[in-house]
Design a protein around this ligand. Structure first.
Ligand SMILES: *Cc1c(COP(=O)(O)O)cnc(C)c1O
Length: 405
């Protein structure tokens, strides 16, 4: 018998085995503890990137580790063909805490966005108005990387090379009510937006603008969808940002912080929308999987403890004030501090990448965003000392970048 040739033996050895869709740092992280990450050489990093707003409770939070370990030894996966007490528990807690009445669990932010888009379309189809399918979105927004969600965002950086895009999205500039009204036609079904734009550069929508969008949606019979995948789940200093503003959407999407690092997402809807989704109309093999539910419930145990959101607001205020002071002190390098709670951004004067690299060299992790912004998204559990440490590191980095002290 001859052995068959190993599959792929002719592949070019210098070609990456990982699809080259990311420009990665060469740092290899091997361990996380609280707000710190450690690389293979033992270097310690203060993680103010939190896996892009994901590790809301930092790394290896003992309560989450325990919940996951216990669940891992009990039951991993059953599919959604069976009733799940853990899903019912997490969903009941979420509807108790929000304006929503029903929850669909999935695994990633884009799936939550897709669920929202499908619900919008089916809602009007069920109402006998199938011609209403268009969704108004914001320029500079981000809703995920599927064809539908890149079409929703519309920006070339995401869509180039992937035509034909999905029809049915009309982008308008954030804050421009006139432009938005001009886009409303008999085909318009919904307005979908991030109440604080994340990838777009940490740009909070003014509360007044969000209130006007609710009024316009009501006046024209449109659904209002808030994508709080990045800006929600405790990060603004409330479970969701729209709760601080006092505007109720019809549909809310959540992901990122909801599992603090375990893949989990959710699409929450009010009854009038949720009730049109019938058995077979949507689904997910992994969504609401027992492992994800164990972690999701454990995350809520921590962030719903009395005082947690106040902690986020207080730390957010300290960090923001520290950043503002640095902006004043280093005007040739920094242009502006912005954000809400612990969803913060620094608009830089020099290329944002230079600042991210300089900060990383000081052992502080941050994330790039559009609009020449660096995102500062620490775990929500940071303490005062971590903020002082971060501000010190930022100042050292700015001095190395040529800022006069
Ligand atoms: C990250 C993000 C998504 C997509 O989440 P994935 O889990 O990467 O699919 C959608 N919306 C917003 C606002 C995001 O920040």
């Amino acid at each position: 018998m001859t052995a068959s040739a190993p599959v792929g033996h002719n592949r070019p050895s210098d070609f990456p085995v990982i699809l080259p869709v990311y420009k990665r740092s060469t740092i290899r992280m091997v361990r996380g503890e609280g707000v710190y990450l450690f690389d293979e050489e033992g270097r310690q990093y203060l993680d103010f990137a939190a896996g892009i707003a994901v590790n809301s409770l930092g790394h290896c939070h003992p309560h989450l580790v325990k919940a996951l370990q216990e669940q891992a030894a009990t039951l991993w996966h059953t599919s959604n063909l069976y009733t799940s007490s853990a899903q019912e528990k997490l969903a009941a807690r979420l509807v108790e805490q929000t304006c929503a009445d029903s929850v669909f669990f999935c695994s990633t932010g884009l799936e939550a966005s897709e669920c929202a888009i499908k619900m919008v379309r089916k809602y009007f189809d069920e109402k006998g108005e199938p011609e209403k399918y268009r969704i108004i979105t914001l320029e500079g927004s981000f809703h995920g990387r599927s064809i539908a969600t890149i079409s929703a965002a519309g920006k070339e950086k995401l869509t180039k090379g992937f035509a034909p895009l999905l029809d049915g999205f009309d982008q308008v500039p954030m804050g421009d009510i006139q432009a938005l009204r001009a886009k409303i036609t008999p085909f318009t079904a919904a307005i979908m937006l991030e109440p604080i734009l994340g990838e777009g550069g940490v740009i909070p929508c003014p509360p007044e603008y969000l209130r006007e969008l609710r009024a316009i949606a009501d006046a024209f019979g449109l659904l209002l969808v808030f994508d709080e995948v990045q800006c929600g789940y405790g990060r603004p200093g409330a479970l969701f940002y729209h709760q601080m503003v006092g505007v109720e959407p019809d549909i809310i999407t959540a992901a990122k912080g909801i599992g603090s690092g375990f893949p989990l997402a959710a699409c929450l809807a009010k009854k009038h929308v949720a009730e049109i989704m019938t058995p077979g109309s949507h689904g997910s093999t992994y969504g609401g999987n027992p492992l994800a539910m164990a972690v999701g419930n454990a995350v809520l145990d921590v962030i719903l403890k009395p005082g947690f959101f106040e902690h986020v607001q207080a730390r957010g205020k300290e960090l923001y004030e520290g950043l503002e002071a640095l902006v004043k002190k280093y005007p040739k390098l920094l242009a502006e501090a912005r954000g809400v709670g612990l969803m913060l951004g620094l608009k830089t004067v020099i290329p944002n990448m230079d600042v991210v690299v300089a900060l990383r060299e000081q052992g502080l992790l941050t994330v790039l965003a559009d609009d020449n912004v660096i995102r500062i998204l620490p775990p929500l559990i940071i303490e005062k000392a971590h903020i002082a440490e971060a501000l010190d590191k930022i100042e050292v980095a700015l001095q190395r970048l040529g800022g006069a002290a």
